[in-house]
Design a protein around this ligand. Structure first.
Ligand code: ZN
Length: 309
């Protein structure tokens, strides 16, 4: 079995205001990153459109209807200071959901060892009833729920190494003892949540905030001392990764100093853990990463590591 890459050109059509960091060029950078011959053995599929039933696994109907209603047929509609919709946004957001669902089906159906879903816009800030911070639908959370509802899994973990805290994912699973949410992120930083004291109703939320300027040493320590031991005890049957690459040292939106080798390291540690408890099954979905060179190098490292399964 090999690693699956899920993507779709419709993700280029979520157009953003000039100068916005979460831009279509991110997709082109990833395409370039994964074009060298060493990636020839990737299985590649196009992300299908996710259904509204999939979206409803984590978002309320009122919100979804409202979002569909305000989607423009031309120009841009601003939702908040960071988040806007263009005519292509609705489909792109549904491709993110469908991509995460297809990856989950492939990995849990034994068709791939693991998968990387390279789609945009990102998802982990989207709340049950609200878009936020470039995000509309929380596709990592949807994949976790779908794995339980469709495939009958008991325990699923979402591991989020994006430099921002995944407030949406934490909120969705706050009271759910069957989903563990673990996050490293810079703090203080947008969105402001993610203190170590935020642990969920059943101690299944594990936040390991990093301080501005910290790098690979502290990042690895957060995983080694806190996140990996708790994951091991929880023993997830699937690991969903919210793979944001904006903790890279080149990234303009934050000040954590990770190198590509740190992404290789964390991917391998999650693969080791998945081998122990989850039959090696990992579904990784793209979140942030806003320096195109940093994004390219980091995705190259992450997917290369996934292919080592
Ligand atoms: Zn981020």
């Amino acid at each position: 079995m090999s690693t699956l890459l899920v993507t779709h050109s419709a993700c280029l059509d979520h157009v953003v205001p000039h100068g916005h960091p979460e831009r279509p060029d991110r997709m082109r950078a990833i395409e370039q990153a994964l074009s060298p011959d060493k990636f020839n053995s990737l299985q590649r599929i196009e992300a299908p459109i996710g259904s509204l039933d999939h979206v409803a696994l984590c978002h309320n109907e009122h919100y979804v209807n409202e979002l569909h209603h305000i989607a423009p047929s031309e120009g841009l509609v601003y939702i908040d200071g960071d988040t806007s919709m263009s005519p292509g946004t609705w489909e792109a957001a549904l491709r993110c959901v469908g991509g995460a669902i297809a990856a989950t089906d492939a990995v849990l159906g034994g068709k791939a060892s693991n998968a990387f879903v390279a789609t945009r816009p990102p998802g982990h800030h989207a709340e049950v009833g609200k878009p936020m911070g470039f995000c509309f639908f929380d596709h990592a959370a949807i994949a976790a729920r779908y794995a339980q509802r469709k495939h009958g899994l008991g325990r699923v973990a979402v591991v989020d190494f994006d430099v921002h805290h995944g407030n949406g994912t934490q909120d969705i699973f706050w009271s759910d003892p069957t989903v563990m949410y673990c996050s490293t992120h810079e703090m203080p930083l947008f969105p402001g949540t993610g203190a170590a004291s935020e642990r969920g109703e059943h101690d299944t939320v594990v936040n390991a905030p990093l301080r501005s300027g910290e790098g690979g040493d502290k990042f690895r320590e957060a995983f080694t001392a806190l996140i990996l031991p708790q994951l091991k005890t929880f023993a997830p049957e699937l690991i969903v990764v919210s793979a944001g690459f904006d903790a890279h040292w080149r990234d303009p939106l934050a000040n954590i100093q990770l190198q590509e080798s740190d992404y290789t390291w964390v991917t391998q540690r999650l693969m080791d853990l998945a081998s122990e408890t989850a039959g090696g099954r990992i579904v990784s979905v793209l979140e942030g990463g806003y320096d195109l060179q940093g994004l390219k190098d980091s995705v190259n490292a992450h997917v290369t590591a996934l292919m080592g399964a």
